[in-house]
Design a protein around this ligand. Sequence first.
Ligand SMILES: *Cc1c(COP(=O)(O)O)cnc(C)c1O
Length: 370
Amino acid sequence: MINLVDLQRQFQAIKEEVFKEIEKVYDSGQYILGPKVLELETKIAEKLGVSDAIAVGNGTDALVMVLDALGIGAGDEVITSPFTFFASAEAISRVGATPVFADVDPETFNLDPGKTAKAITEKTKAIIPVHIFGQPADMDEMNALAKKHGLYVIEDACQAFGAYYKGKRAGSLADVACFSFFPTKNLGTIGDGGIITTSNPELAATLRKLRMHGTSKKYYHDAIGYNSRLDEIHAAILLVVLEKIDKWNSKRQEFAEQYRTELSSLSGLTCPKASADRSHIYHLFCLQSDKRDDCLQVLKDNQIASGVYYPQCLHLQEVYRSLGYRKGDFPEAENLSNTLFAVPMHPFLYKEEQEKIVQTLKTVLGGDQS
Ligand SMILES: *Cc1c(COP(=O)(O)O)cnc(C)c1O
């Protein structure tokens, strides 16, 4: 079987290094928010070029706590993409605010700035652009909208650790950003974790307080907070992965180029576009085809994993029925959910495996366009 992402291969490759670090944590007697977490926060802030990084329990908590810290709640609206993982919108609902969706760009799959502008109302407090599949959203346009209307911009960078936008790293492109360390993410651990990055020290202080029961001095509480912290053991593992992440992301980019070379001339198949002024780090490599079902079938028949991201847009989710959206409201996002499919993409793919994937797809999609 060729896997979509091969965590076993990935964590085997760094097992010795990781086990040494785990043993050190085990022997240290410090297990939560200790020196390893501090080291990870410092190194990530440095790498991304921000003043602060606050490690938390997971990417979803990161989004929830950021919205909470910005004072966003009941009666407020937050605009995000209908074509993302559920958590991007769930966090908005979790703080009592209303998610408002705007359609995506059909080429980059990211929130469309023009459509976002049209979704702004007097109740809008923030925009959450999602760097979907690892390609940064149109951040200059989003920041300009925010400036004009007095809004916050929160990057959902969960899929984009290491990506660049006009020379700056994802995570440093707006007021604040959220990352996930879920195992399958580009920078992942062997459990849950997340981090918030910002260059607003005041916001950072609030978030540090919130992640630990609203306390800045032990047993004195001045806010209703959360229990959402990163374990030392995961920080230690993530420090090992952090050293490799740029190399691993480059590997993904090489595999992406190879896919493009082999597949872009096939009729009935579209390769993902990477904008020139930013880097795509291919958390997922999603092809687009009207013959998706045939492609999925032939991949399956040949023991090649594939995935559909995302089969249901967020505005059409059952739980959001009360928001009053209908099928057809966001045609670009809906078209993506009907035609996109992910093929294996990870730094530990073998060239022969990729060749098999390519040849298998060619049997369905046949000849050149030319
Ligand atoms: C993974 C992900 C999240 C949630 O992160 P968790 O750590 O799983 O809570 C949020 N948004 C996007 C776009 C994601 O891909």
